[in-house]
Design a protein around this ligand. Structure first.
Ligand code: ZN
Length: 318
């Protein structure tokens, strides 16, 4: 039987970051302005190392390049997904991501970015930015040029456990007081529309107004989450979303249950509590993947996991 592959996160300091990745998850972080934990990543800007087992110390990108059978032999130059935990102590910039076609043409063949957010925790009055109020591109351009941000930006209240799918072209921002688990395409292309006129090292961060206007969808349309629930033994499985790039579920383990791996590989993040995977103990903050042919697996304990896999239509299209 194959073994689970555990990953060591990579941390990113950000002007809006905080210390909850240490306080809540027990990670050793570089400073009190740590914004992102790249928990499962083979991206060149933050390539996770394997922790323990026969691949100990190797990078996920090396495994994906050299041991493709672990990933069910899927095609593609880069590992397709990227999982992050984001600690937003302050507001993130208001931003938008391109789709595959736009990124390919304008960003050296890079992938676009579809992402989704599971709200791990947030302040009681926390809010988030998703969408905008411009009805047409012309109105959008006008509101941006006249800096009518309050009129343009759509702000909505959030609660712990909420889930949002953010497709390319969606104006969005995580706001302060929010801890999020993000599942996304493996891409780092962000167009910054507005950064609250903040300074970093005495200078404003770069904005990308024209590219933002190019890719923002008008008018905004929400993508609803699915959230179908199924009780499997001692595990409540809640399906959060399926799209062309990933399928994401939330698993609430209270007891035990057995599953079988039918996908090329599956990613897990323990976001609350602790438990056991086939005799291996798990705690909050652990991230691992089960390689192809792992077969059946048993989860037990008292914990919550977010799990994702790639979707077969994406593999067939490449
Ligand atoms: Zn984003």
């Amino acid at each position: 039987m194959h073994e689970a592959i555990f990953l060591e996160p990579v941390f990113k300091e950000m002007i809006w970051g905080g210390n909850r990745l240490s306080k809540d998850f027990g990670y050793s972080i570089p400073s009190d302005k740590t914004g992102e934990c790249w928990a499962v990543s083979a991206h060149k800007n933050g390539d996770c190392r394997i922790r323990g087992g026969r691949f100990d110390g190797r990078h996920l990108s090396e495994l994906f390049a050299g041991e493709r059978e672990l990933f069910g032999g899927i095609e593609g130059d880069v590992f397709p997904l990227l999982i992050k935990i984001i600690d937003a102590k302050e507001d993130l910039s208001i931003q938008v991501h391109p789709d595959n076609a736009y990124a390919k043409e304008h960003e050296n063949g890079s992938l676009g970015k579809t992402e989704c957010w599971y709200i791990l925790d947030c302040d009681r009055d926390a809010k988030i930015v998703i969408g905008h109020h411009a009805k047409t591109k012309e109105e959008l351009r006008q509101m941006i040029e006249q800096k009518r941000w309050d009129e343009l930006i759509r702000v909505i209240p959030i609660r712990k456990g909420d889930f949002f799918q953010i497709v390319p072209g969606t104006v969005h921002a995580i706001k302060g007081g929010t801890l999020i688990l993000e599942t996304q395409q493996n891409s780092d292309i962000t167009y910054r529309l507005y950064d609250y006129d903040r300074l970093q090292n005495g200078k404003p961060r770069e904005l990308h107004i024209e590219k933002s206007i190019d890719v923002i969808g008008c008018p905004h349309r929400d993508v609803g989450a699915e959230r179908a629930k199924e009780q499997i033994g001692g595990v409540l499985r809640e399906h959060l979303i399926s799209c062309d790039y990933y399928s994401v579920d939330r698993l609430e383990v209270k007891g035990e249950a057995e599953f079988s791996l039918t996908e090329p590989f599956r990613i897990f993040s323990v976001v609350e509590g602790g438990g056991v995977l086939d005799g291996v103990s798990l705690k909050k903050g652990d991230h691992f993947l089960l390689p192809a042919n792992y077969g059946t697996y048993r989860l037990s304990g008292d914990m919550v996991l977010i799990t994702s896999c790639v979707v077969s239509s994406e593999r067939e299209r490449k």
